[in-house]
Design a binder for this molecule. Sequence first.
Ligand code: NAD
Length: 300
Amino acid sequence: MKTIAFIGLGNMGSPMAENLIKSGLALQVFDLNREAVKRLQPLGAKVADSVEEVVQGADTVITMLPAGVHVRAVYLGDHSGAVGLLNLVKPGTFLIDSSTIDPESARIVAEQATNKQLDFVDAPVSGGVAGAQAGTLTFIVGGTDTAFKQARQVLQHMGKNIFHAGKAGDGQMAKICNNLMLGILMSGTCEALNLGIDNGLDPEVLSNIMLQSSGRNWALELYNPCPGVMENVPASHDYKPGFMSQLMQKDLGLGIDAALKSQSSIPMGSLARNLYAYHNANGNQERDFSSLFEFYRSRG
Ligand code: NAD
């Protein structure tokens, strides 16, 4: 049986790991936060106390971490003297990073992995916590053709659509473009719903109208930001994440970094990042990103 080491069991990593266990794969898990792994232990996951321990005997490593700085530290080591997993895994171990990070970090890790004759792919995801739970995530993979084929064997247990975006780092670039659009669409959805409510419309009626009209989009269809309109979304549970608002700000920042390099204009994405920066500075960073709706509702 294949043994998988899974590092980063947060909002996304935990349900993804659960689906791997359900598929009959042996799982070893590690997270800096001991609480994060608790749900997985009774399901049969072996809990490790360190990166060094979790990769022992693993054939595949999957990471699901917040940002590039965490991914570089886990794979390459850091200034505290922690050894990166590229120096800890057995020869032939296959490496998958599903975090959303800057393409440059993904390329650096891929290059260092290649230097050690290890295959690495960046495989960020789309679909949110609901998609992670249902095993219907979209994976956007960057890496060689061979590595992509190998990645698909593992990713199919957690997702439905698995795309090959291109070479190392290209999965991250495609994911950044997607989240730039998501940040803009979520802001626009909050704005339109708030305008309707302010002018006497029922948000549920308005949502249904826009869902059958040209304003239809993913946020409106699956992630309505107005409390009470949809049952199983963060908005109806006090904006419990979900996808933390600070992570959306990070992703929009990644879009801005990329645009600076390519000299692209991204006025809408820049505005959305500023809205999230303001919203997060007001204490909403750990709430779901759809809580931006409250920014529009507040009349402070
Ligand atoms: P999260 O903050 O809930 O989980 C991240 C986990 O990583 C935490 O449990 C944290 O303790 C752990 N961690 C951090 N540094 C670590 C280290 N050095 N060693 C071990 N564990 C460490 O975040 P999340 O919502 O699960 O998102 C993870 C990634 O997926 C992010 O890059 C995010 O942008 C992306 N993403 C999230 C969603 C979503 O809906 N939440 C959707 C798509 C993509």
